[in-house]
Design a protein around this ligand. Structure first.
Ligand code: FAS
Ligand code: PHB
Length: 387
């Protein structure tokens, strides 16, 4: 087999890149380790920056999002029961789209089907070869062993994928911060706690009230890394969630059984560079942010934007975009890293934190409540810095 761009990973990064490139007349093959149902069974992000919304429209995969997604003009922050609002529109003239990553991925699969794109599922032992020469990919599946010759490889295979590992260790430079807690999240057929997202800092720990629709809520609480999902009954979750939310929110909250429940560890991670020869890394294959800033999926989108621009320019004879890819993408990655880290440090309770540390957290939040400048910086980062 031969194609122009081999894409490893059929998550949002890989599918969005494949859709954009195919619509630009560039041939791709997507190799995905799991089945489509498995990929679509993951519950992850819920907030889309304008840049990602625009890319989905450009990819011809934005119609259902326009119908079923919800544009939000702001979000709320709470501290030990006191709540205030960050007005994105007033602060920076922008909004965010609340629409689940699962639905984005579903729409991208449908769009790929509509153009007859090649997505191969259940691939095993994917290996990348001759990355600084004439690249090719090998893998096995039920049909036996396969080889795909290509011009370029896009590593869109997430944190546990093979692509980042294919860059020599003496070339890679990795930066990591592990947080001493995780997020226990549940999905429930219940009305959202509020019309907007609520990020709540509390002496008992952080909580986040999010949503997928007017009848589907996504709720999180910070839990110790030692906790397991089976340690938390639905009732125990809701009791703790309500204890961390402002009373006005807790009093009106309608709770219900979880239809999905999972614990995600929190880490900040970046692997540089994002290019090695003919291999380009996109999304979680190169970087991981704590979900506090809702940046994970949105950073994958900006990587895809830069790589899509670079590859289409290459096939027009201009290599400046692919030469600058790693530097351009990382500049935005580190901005989102800082924002996600700062929000995580401000909103969570850290084991062993001193009274002084706690006062710094309180003062950070107080500055957001009282300073228009602080709110504007928060709003610009949360709604997404320009590409
Ligand atoms: P993904 O990990 O989504 O996709 C990679 C794909 O590659 C997967 O389908 C995988 O099966 C496949 N793959 C892996 N190895 C392979 C191989 N060797 N061969 C072939 N295929 C391979 N972000 C937010 O903004 N907000 C959130 O609330 C949020 N919550 C999250 C919760 C969890 C548990 C996780 C893990 C992530 C969360 N994220 C969140 C971040 C998440 O949304 C990612 O940023 C997003 O999925 C990135 O998309 P991809 O880069 O496509 O990586
Ligand atoms: C979600 O809805 O899953 C979500 C929203 C905002 C975040 C993290 C997760 O910061």
């Amino acid at each position: 087999m031969r194609t122009q761009v081999a894409i490893i990973g059929g998550g949002p990064s890989g599918l969005l890149l494949s859709q954009l490139l195919n619509r630009a007349g560039i041939a791709t093959v997507v190799l995905e380790r799991k089945s489509r149902d498995y990929v679509l069974g993951r519950i992850r992000a819920g907030v889309l920056e304008t840049g990602l919304v625009d890319l989905l429209h450009e990819a011809g995969a934005g119609d259902r999002m326009d119908r079923e997604g919800h544009l939000h003009d702001g979000c709320k922050l709470a501290q030990n029961g006191r709540m205030f609002r960050i007005d994105f529109r007033q602060a920076c003239g922008r909004q965010v789209m609340v629409y689940g990553q699962t639905e984005v991925t579903r729409d991208l699969y449908a769009a790929q089907d509509a153009i007859g794109a090649t997505v191969i599922h259940d691939t095993e032992d994917v290996a990348l070869h001759d990355l600084t020469g004439t690249p090719f990919v090998t893998w096995t599946d039920a049909g036996g062993s396969h080889r795909l010759d290509c011009d370029f490889i896009a590593g869109c295979d997430g944190f546990h994928g093979i692509s980042r590992q294919s860059i020599p260790t003496d070339v890679r430079r990795e930066f990591e911060k592990i947080y001493p807690f995780g997020w226990l999240g549940i999905l429930s057929h219940t009305p959202p706690a509020d019309s907007e997202l609520i990020y709540a800092a509390h002496d008992r720990g952080f909580a986040l009230a999010s949503m997928r629709s007017a009848t589907l809520s996504r709720s999180y609480i910070q839990v110790p890394l030692t906790d397991r999902v089976e340690d938390w009954s639905d009732d125990a979750f809701w009791t703790e969630f309500k204890a961390r939310m402002p009373a006005e929110v807790a009093d009106r909250l309608i709770t219900g059984p979880s239809i999905e429940k999972s614990i995600a560890p929190l880490r900040s991670f970046v692997s540089e560079p994002m290019r090695w020869g003919r291999l380009f890394l996109c999304g979680d294959a190169s970087h991981i942010v704590p979900p506090t800033g809702a940046k994970g999926l949105n950073l994958a989108a900006s990587d895809v934007h830069y790589l899509y621009e670079g590859l289409t320019a290459h096939y027009r004879g201009d290599d400046r975009g692919i030469e600058a890819y790693s530097q351009r993408a990382l500049a935005r990655v580190w901005q989102a890293m800082r924002f996600s880290w700062s929000l995580t440090m401000m909103m969570h309770r850290f084991p062993g934190a001193s009274d002084y540390d706690r006062r710094m957290q309180d003062t950070d939040l107080a500055q957001l409540e009282t300073s228009e400048t602080a709110r504007r910086l928060m709003a610009e980062n949360y709604t997404g810095l320009p590409y």
